[in-house]
Design a protein around this ligand. Structure first.
Ligand code: SAM
Length: 241
């Protein structure tokens, strides 16, 4: 039997074309419980109220799927996933995804390995490392249909961290707050250097609370030049602006 929070979550997603079954709703509830339980011993999120986690983490993570056909995506990478956002909610709703998570903090990778095992999610690989280093390996470079990042760095930095993972003609989605437009204004050089083309921009507000969001859909038009990404730390220290 669903409670009010689950019912509202299910209805909000259904009104955006995403239908959740009972198993998926159970997985989200288990995700919430494990997140809050582990958050006591490690810093995973500042948001712990159940209704807030459902909207500000789960629903927010899924918004990109309102605008693109996820059925066409196979290999997906989530860079700087932290406690699993947006990668894990997308994997729950679209179980066919082959998800790779990259994060530079070992304890978060440990949490994500535990989480994916508890939720019985298959085809999820959690990689500990800096995106700048991981993107240098042939296994991950120019390989993913979809790459995502939420709350990791400003867009000019993200383009260098994320576009190297995307396959040619694949998509990078940067999930931003209401200040996304300012970041876009300084992203021209990084887009040009990393062969990214802004294809679509979507603005939305999270339901319940008026929190603005901007999603940038960036198409990769050619393979990444050998000099990118620069060595770990450089994209943030000296952004391509
Ligand atoms: N994406 C999650 C979210 O929306 O809640 C986590 C956001 S958290 C603020 C940023 C995460 O990115 C952290 O877990 C951090 O370890 C990771 N991170 C930052 N820079 C990174 C890099 N260069 N390579 C890999 N992970 C990175």
């Amino acid at each position: 039997m669903l409670d009010t929070i689950q019912t509202q979550f299910q209805e909000l997603l259904a009104s955006n074309g995403l239908q959740l079954n009972e198993r998926q709703l159970e997985q989200f509830d288990a995700y919430f419980r494990i997140l809050v339980e582990w958050n006591v011993k490690m810093n995973l999120t500042g948001i712990t109220e159940r209704d807030q986690v459902y909207i500000k983490h789960f629903y927010d993570s899924l918004t990109l799927a309102f605008f693109m056909p996820m059925e066409a995506v196979r290999a997906m990478a989530d860079i700087g996933s932290g406690a699993g956002f947006p990668g894990i909610p997308l994997k729950i709703v679209f179980p066919h995804l082959q998800l790779t998570i990259v994060d530079s903090l070992q304890k978060r990778i440990h949490f994500l390995e535990h989480l994916t095992s508890e939720l019985s999610l298959s085809d999820v690989s959690c990689v500990h490392g800096r995106a700048e280093d991981v993107a240098r390996s042939a296994q991950h470079r120019d390989r993913y249909d979809l790459v995502t990042a939420r709350a990791v760095a400003r867009l000019a930095v993200l383009n260098e961290l994320c576009l190297p993972f995307v396959c040619q003609n694949g998509m990078f989605v940067a999930m931003k707050g209401s200040g996304g437009e300012e970041e876009l204004a300084e992203a021209d050089l990084s887009l040009q250097q990393l062969h990214g083309k802004l294809e679509r921009k979507e603005r939305l507000s999270l339901p319940v609370e008026d929190a603005g969001r901007t999603l940038f859909f960036i198409r990769k038009t050619a393979s990444t030049p050998a000099k990118y990404p620069r060595k770990a730390g450089m994209p943030a220290k000296e952004p391509l602006v």
